[in-house]
Design a protein around this ligand. Sequence first.
Ligand code: G3I
Length: 358
Amino acid sequence: MIRLKIKLCLSGTLILLGLTASVAYTQTETLASASPFPVGLALTRNFYKNPDYARLAALEFSSVTAENVMKPRYISIGPDRYYWQAADSVVDFCRKNKMQLHGHTLVWNKSVPDWVKEFKGDSTAWEGILKRYIQDVANHFKGKVVSWDVVNEALNYEENIKKDGIWRNSIWLQHLGKDYVARCFQYARQADPSAKLFYNDYKVEADTLKLAGMLHMLDDFIERGIPIDGVGLQMHITMDTPEPGIRRVIREVARRGLLVHISELDVSVNPGHDSVIVKEKDELLKRQADKVRQIVTAFMEEVPPKQRFAITTWGLTDANSWLAYKKEDYPLLFDRNFKPKAAYYAFLKGLTKKYTGQ
Ligand code: G3I
């Protein structure tokens, strides 16, 4: 803790004078300064209440995704009625600390406002709701965000693909048909032509059927000129997620010329929800660090520099992770005392790799 505070105070060249012998937090660099691409974090809603949190976020990271407050359920409070305050405070935080803001997310099946769920109308009326929301929100944040997750998690996975096809069931699919995803991108581009537009999804590193579905969608969008700039690979994984799948999805997206965003990185060390894992914790955290190194290495080696959009971790410390709300887990780069973990150093190590593709 002493050492971290020193780093935070000086935030530059450090002379640590051996104040703490055990933690090797001696580098003069931060994630942001060491990285050739933006390194982001998901900012939790009450971040500003804790100065340690705010300081560490601003020091180590150069990019922000709002964990929740830019989702439709937060912003859309009624027809043509919007709640901007919480999201605008994230915009202020980014401006003050010179961080880029990635918008998350315009459309998500799991973030449908209650008034929309109750809406009655024909498909033209439903299309109007969707278009109006995307355009109003993209307009509000124009010049404030560099990018948007336009659609989040619209694809099916595993068994459901065999049963129902690649598109995940959602209120939008039911009312508008499967091409609603493409139209969301068109509406977003019309509203904010300079924002980079992303499709964002999870588990494509582990589910080959879902990966095939996503690549099919991307190829179709590219062929039809649908305005998509990049793909967010959420990367909610565990310390045992096989490396080849991680590398494969990164490579497949990169070879289509799209931007790659590792958009919600966390590495669970307790995927089985065991009640007590403390005994094995050190060993688990080493395996976690190795997984983080593999991801950053794959990103450096597989993605041409111009297509590296960012790597974003889904939270700041283990205390803020959505995974740790309900079970014991330690999924992030910093521990509950704001100290960097082995995974943090593994991230830095991965950054030393070079692009090996053509
Ligand atoms: O703020 C209320 C609080 O007042 C209330 O007491 C509490 C009771 O449960 O709920 C709080 O809101 C919760 C919110 O997180 C803030 O903690 C919501 O119930 C809960 O649904 C919400 O979960 C978020 C989830 O998305 C759903 O929006 C998680 O924080 C967030 O990490 C998670 O993020 C998603 C990405 O957007 C998309 N990819 C997957 C990722 C993880 O699920």
